[in-house]
Design a protein around this ligand. Structure first.
Ligand code: HEC
Ligand code: HEC
Ligand code: HEC
Length: 139
């Protein structure tokens, strides 16, 4: 069920992108308010492994979390900061750091389960870069 939702969300993403580039129509775009829910584009980390994805929409619009449940205790409000830290690893997650602050098996699914929910791998990364217009040259 949640997977279907995620696919739907991705679908809307693609559709709005297509509509925008085709005709400048912004009808679909307006439904997601970044001030209320955080950045629309997913955050993608490629270090230490390629690659892990984080989606604000799932967490704010979906799980109804406030910004300050993550910012700035668990994460800075700037993409790419966490992956510069040497402790951005599964061991830290298992100890309750970063995503593990919630993904501990009680607040949300545990970090030692469902690897591919967070890890989209090398192919997923390539697909994301193909899909988001500005993603390809961000390094
Ligand atoms: C469940 C955790 C979580 C919640 C809740 C959350 N964020 Fe984030 N946010 C993140 C993570 C993770 C990053 C990336 C940090 C990094 O890469 O080090 C991020 C990054 C950002 C960025 C920087 C994006 C960029 O491209 O540099 C902004 C802006 C932001 N968040 C705004 C918000 C706002 C506004 C809210 C509330 C509506 C919110 N966030 C709620 C986890 C969260
Ligand atoms: C403040 C708490 C919190 C933090 C921190 C957090 N999450 Fe979540 N996350 C949730 C909740 C709550 C859900 C929805 C309930 C669930 O799926 O267990 C969720 C759902 C998800 C899902 C959707 C899974 C699915 O298919 O249903 C993914 C993927 C995910 N989180 C990844 C991450 C990643 C990656 C990080 C770290 C960058 C992170 N989360 C940090 C609370 C959090
Ligand atoms: C809640 C999200 C989440 C889940 C679930 C998750 N990971 Fe991770 N994982 C991350 C994040 C975030 C990083 C650090 C960013 C990166 O490497 O791109 C990471 C990094 C890693 C790394 C490299 C760093 C290290 O610890 O050695 C490995 C290996 C890894 N994960 C394996 C797994 C395996 C195997 C599973 C399933 C048993 C899993 N992960 C489940 C979020 C998750």
């Amino acid at each position: 069920m949640k997977k279907i939702l995620l696919l739907l969300v991705l679908g809307v993403f693609l559709l709005s992108g297509a509509l925008l580039s085709a005709s400048g129509d912004v009808a679909v775009e307006e439904e997601y308010d970044e001030d209320t829910y955080g950045p629309e584009d997913p955050i993608v980390w490629t270090k230490p492994v390629k690659s892990v994805v984080f989606d604000h929409k799932i967490h704010t619009m979906g799980a109804e979390l406030d910004c300050d449940s993550c910012h700035d205790d668990l994460f800075e409000m700037e993409a790419g900061v966490a992956e510069e830290n040497e402790d951005f690893t599964m061991d830290t997650l298992y100890e309750g750091g970063y995503c593990g602050g919630c993904h501990d098996g009680s607040t949300a699914f545990a970090s030692n389960t469902r690897c591919t929910a967070c890890h989209i791998g090398v192919r997923g990364h390539a697909r994301l870069l193909g899909e988001t217009a500005d993603g390809g040259k961000s390094h």
